[in-house]
Design a protein. Structure first.
Length: 159
């Protein structure tokens, strides 16, 4: 296969300069807000996105400089295959987040449910669509044991 070259469409401006106090997923700490600054040539691509409540970000883990095939996720010490966790230390260093949209102002997309570092390059933005993205009878593998009874694990926020 030929290599694939991706170019960022924008950059995240986040309150998180490092992983300290950052949630492992934005839903665990919904209050902080951030914004994505979209490159001018892609600004018109934001048209109508503010009609959605949530968006999906695909981004590059720019602070990860290692690749692991197995690793221990934030929620436990046991190692799992990298494709069964959301570690930044993975082939291609791609991340995915669901964020809550607060509005679009020119080339800025304001959002909450932040779980990305400041300076993170954004590769794509897609609308979160309840008709497409919600599934019934979902099983979340090794994670299910951490959420029994609807509790949020202590390790959901990085210390």
């Amino acid at each position: 296969m030929k290599p694939i070259t991706l170019n960022p469409i924008g950059v995240v401006h986040s309150p998180y300069r490092g992983p300290e106090n950052m949630p492992v997923q934005g839903i665990f700490k919904p209050e902080p807000t951030a914004w994505v600054e979209i490159k001018e040539e892609y600004c018109n691509g934001l048209k109508d996105l503010d009609g959605f409540s949530h968006a999906i970000f695909i981004y590059y883990f720019h602070k990860s400089h290692e690749e692991l095939i197995q690793a221990s996720p934030f929620l436990e010490d046991d190692a799992h295959g990298v494709f069964a966790i959301r570690s930044p230390h993975r082939p291609n260093h791609l991340g995915l987040s669901v964020v809550k949209i607060h509005g679009v102002d020119g080339n800025k997309l304001h959002f909450s449910e932040v779980d990305v570092l400041d300076g993170t390059p954004i590769l794509d933005i897609k609308p979160y669509v309840k008709y497409f993205d919600i599934r019934d009878n979902v099983v979340s593998g090794w994670l299910d044991k951490h959420f029994k009874g609807g509790t949020i694990p202590d390790r959901a926020i990085l210390k």
